[in-house]
Write a protein that binds this ligand. Structure first.
Ligand code: UGA
Length: 456
């Protein structure tokens, strides 16, 4: 099928490249000329495992352009996957979405073709109707006549996780599509058939896991599809905040929160995933989507106390690190504290709402000297946080050198496999705060560390 994807951020690029890999003819439109040049050269503008390999495999069915007229006319499906950053009041900024919809509306050919315009950005509930009206007006203005069944709007929320985005788009748990027009649902069913039935030949670098069978598709109305996205993210965020709240109590009563998480996660009704305690969630999605859910609810005079609490616990979780260090070191002023990891999670260089950056700033405001390290995100960090660039360490050794404490914030593989024994001798105090509860406490204590976690 001929597909156009507007926006080549995490979601748009992964969608476009995966659909081309599955055999569709895909044109990705982005207004950023530099990004388009990078992609044309077969390079990925974002750090995402397997992205460049898949770009290579799908190259002959992929076009990158800044020009909507190369992608939209004649496309059966047009994805809009532009950013919707949070405004200070918690509402998403829909300017990019509105201008993308406007331009798509102008370029739909209207010559006997039927186009499904898919909202892939996470948008407030009801936005698809709004997109529909923008498309309609733009179409009518540029064609000088009323739109008459040339297009419909659908919602197809994205559930991919950064760092495993390609895996998630080839082997999803489910695909959700919402449209108030059955024809739109049919087109999307056809588009995703190879994923739904798992009939494609997997890439050599991402073989199909044995347990993956047919993928369920949830076909629904527009509003339900939009709410599914928010509810899923809010639930996952709440699950993490829940285990962190219990974790703090575990620290007080002398229980081991990782054992508690295992003990409850083996209950099939609860499940073990997203029960990893630690510094809490970050990234561009959970914070933004939980805030947007609360503001949408407010418009209907509806309160969401569970979602509010999940956000509150998460914010506190970052202060827990500072409090732990304070009670261990007594004084933070002048202390040298190393942070391992800047990205909000491993396998990405994304720093948006990163717990690490927040913790670093909190420590600095208490007078501590921080040393920062990340195996991948340092360049991005330098560009986005120039005032802290001087705190970046050139090597992991530098993080430990003369440190009063080191905090593991991002669970990069490189950190899990460190030769921990060699650092105690170069630290001023061998205090290690495992912000992800992922290291072997007994072993580290044998090596001479004072081992702490966010649960005590
Ligand atoms: C999240 C969702 O998992 C995706 O399904 C969704 O598509 C995406 O948001 C989105 O809305 O675009 P993502 O933000 O990429 O994906 O990352 P996650 O893997 O969900 O991790 C989010 C944060 O939670 C990270 O900071 C991670 O370290 C933290 N986390 C995760 C925990 O603290 N504990 C856990 O058990 C799991």
């Amino acid at each position: 099928m001929k597909v156009c994807v507007v926006g080549t951020g995490y979601v748009g690029l992964t969608t476009g490249v995966s659909l081309a890999f599955l055999g569709h003819d895909v044109t990705c439109v982005d207004l950023d000329e530099n990004k388009v040049q990078t992609l044309r050269a077969g390079r990925s503008p974002i750090y995402e495992p397997h992205m460049e390999s898949l770009l290579g495999e799908a190259a002959e069915r992929l076009t990158f352009t800044t020009d909507y007229s190369e992608g939209v006319p004649g496309a059966e499906v047009v994805f809009i996957a532009v950013q919707t950053p949070s405004l200070p009041d918690g509402n998403p900024d829909l300017r990019y979405l509105s201008s993308a919809a406007e331009t798509v509306g102008q370029h739909i050919s209207g010559e006997g073709e039927f186009t499904v315009v898919v909202n892939k950005s996470t948008v407030p509930i009801g936005s698809s109707n709004w997109v529909d009206s923008i498309l309609r007006e733009a179409f009518e203005r540029s064609h000088g006549r009323r739109a008459d069944g040339e297009f419909t709007v659908a919602s197809n929320p994205e559930f991919l996780r950064e760092g495993v985005a390609i895996f998630d788009s080839l082997y999803p748990d489910r695909i959700v599509v919402g449209s108030d027009n059955p024809r739109g649902l049919d087109v999307l069913h056809r588009l995703y058939r190879a994923v739904l039935n798992q009939t494609f030949t997997p890439p050599t670098f991402l073989p199909r896991p044995g347990e993956v069978g047919a993928v369920p598709m949830v076909s629904t109305d527009l509003a339900s599809a939009e709410l599914i996205k928010y509810a899923a993210n809010a639930f996952l965020a709440t699950k993490i905040s829940f285990i962190n709240e219990v974790g703090r109590l575990a620290g007080k009563v002398g229980a081991d929160i990782t054992q508690v998480a295992r003990g409850i996660g083996l209950d099939a009704r609860i499940g073990p995933r997203f029960l990893e305690p630690g510094v809490g969630w970050g990234g561009s999605c959970f914070g933004k989507d939980t805030a947007a859910l609360i503001t949408t609810a407010e418009e209907y005079h509806h309160d969401m106390p569970i979602v509010r609490a999940a956000r509150e616990v998460n914010a506190q979780q970052r202060s827990v690190v500072v409090d732990q260090l304070l009670s261990e070191l007594r004084i933070l002023k002048g202390r040298k504290i190393g942070l391992l990891g800047l990205a909000f999670k491993p396998d990405t260089d994304d720093l948006r709402d990163s717990p690490s950056v927040d913790i670093a700033r909190k420590l600095i405001s208490r007078g501590a000297r921080v040393t920062l390290h990340d195996p991948v995100a340092s360049d991005r960090f330098r560009a986005q946080h120039p005032d802290l660039a001087g705190q970046l360490a050139d090597s992991i050794d530098e993080v430990f050198d003369d440190a009063d404490a080191v905090v593991l914030v991002t669970k990069w593989d490189q950190y899990l496999d460190l030769d921990w024994g060699k650092f105690t001798g170069i630290m001023r105090k061998p205090v290690l705060l495992d912000g992800r509860h992922c290291l072997d406490a007994a072993r580290l204590e044998r090596l001479g560390y004072r081992y702490l976690t966010t649960a005590g």
